[in-house]
Design a protein around this ligand. Sequence first.
Ligand code: SAH
Ligand code: SF4
Ligand code: F3S
Length: 438
Amino acid sequence: MKVFIETYGCQMNVNDSEVALSILQKAGYERCDTLEEADLILINTCSVRDNAEQRVLGRLDVFRQQKRRRPGVRVGVLGCMAERLKEKLLEHPAVDIVAGPDAYRDLPRLAAAVSVSGKQINTLLSHEETYGDIAPVRMDDEGVTAFISIMRGCNNVCAYCIVPYVRGAERSRDPQSILREARSLIEAGYREINLLGQNVDSYRWKGEDGASLDFAGLLEAVAELDPKVRIRFATSHPKDMSDAVLLAMSRHANICRHIHLPVQSGSDAMLEKMNRKYTRAHYLERIARIREILPDCAITTDVIAGFCGETEADHEATLSLMRAVRYDSAFMFQYSERPGTKASRHFPDDVPAEVKTRRLSEIIALQNEISLECNRPLVGRCFEVLIECMSKRSDAELMGRTSQNKSCVFPAAGHKPGEYVTVRVLSCTSATLRCEIV
Ligand code: SAH
Ligand code: SF4
Ligand code: F3S
């Protein structure tokens, strides 16, 4: 039996697809790279914004055509949309299996049961499941960077956000299983490890001996495995990001100089309504602390435009915060109401669509300007980059990243993914540094 899997959403979903594949391989399935070969087609889905869900629904129509052509094919919907929509998804003619984020161990059984008793569903959320004992099947073909989920779920209730509802309660994974996985990745030749969680700063493990390990401790333990292996992590939460994490970074050159610190809004009124539990002043204090402890650290963020009740003054506050922080880059979104969230129950989605669009384009235009201004002074400087892959545009060129997560493109000159090289920056755009190897 061959299984094809397609993944939408965040890095945690990418890692979950690797876990699901591992479970299916143990049950005798073989992974394939095209829809046409697959006996089982899986789509791992995201519910964070409506457009993410629309894209998945479009794909289900494509899978339905596959099923018409090849009647034995089964289709399974995994992940956050499976958890959010549950039985409703089974009504879709293409769908045979619905499995939520904590139900992947059950996939072989669900798939086998379809032939006997028809459509199958498992959307139970767990307080314990971390898939700690499962060795994910890595999907990065170059074998350079890998993800490790250090925790699952989220205990925050940001008013706009569906994640806690579809991912369940927060649980941290046993550090021994994290270190074991990291060691085996390093032995397999991986050069960069990404530690993932919705809020890594609240990672906490209590051992049987009563000793406890926080994120700063875990980060150091992983970084100490091999100084030639880079460590990245996401996502940090401004209310929880501690000096201990910054100090751990400063002690280890292989923990990359990049912090993703989603701000969402620069207005205190919006932050309060979003239930983010920090103020603009607190956020700026955290930024100042990063700059003080890690002067060469890149900072990136997420911003939402047009949250419920957002005024022109709130929007201006977001723009002024962006100018004050000078983010290296940002993910920027229009607010999308998600059914069942606190915002959907209590606050009208009252910023008109055209206003959201205009505010978002102002935010994007400002960020592009700032990104370019951040990159310009890098021209002429040299950086160590880890080569990840061929450049998208040409096979004669390679793409690698600096510790600050800046994309560098340069002529290959006989080098390969997985190698560290030093490059000099020749020119830049807001998104890419053009370089030469020195
Ligand atoms: N746990 C992370 C990321 C969660 S989702 C964090 O706390 O930052 C990634 C990003 O999607 C969020 O940071 C937010 O900017 C955005 N997002 C979440 N829900 C959204 C919604 N309903 N509409 C628009 N953007 C949303
Ligand atoms: Fe969503 Fe907030 Fe949790 Fe991030 S911290 S996943 S934005 S609820
Ligand atoms: Fe990730 Fe989307 Fe789920 S952002 S946690 S895949 S809702």
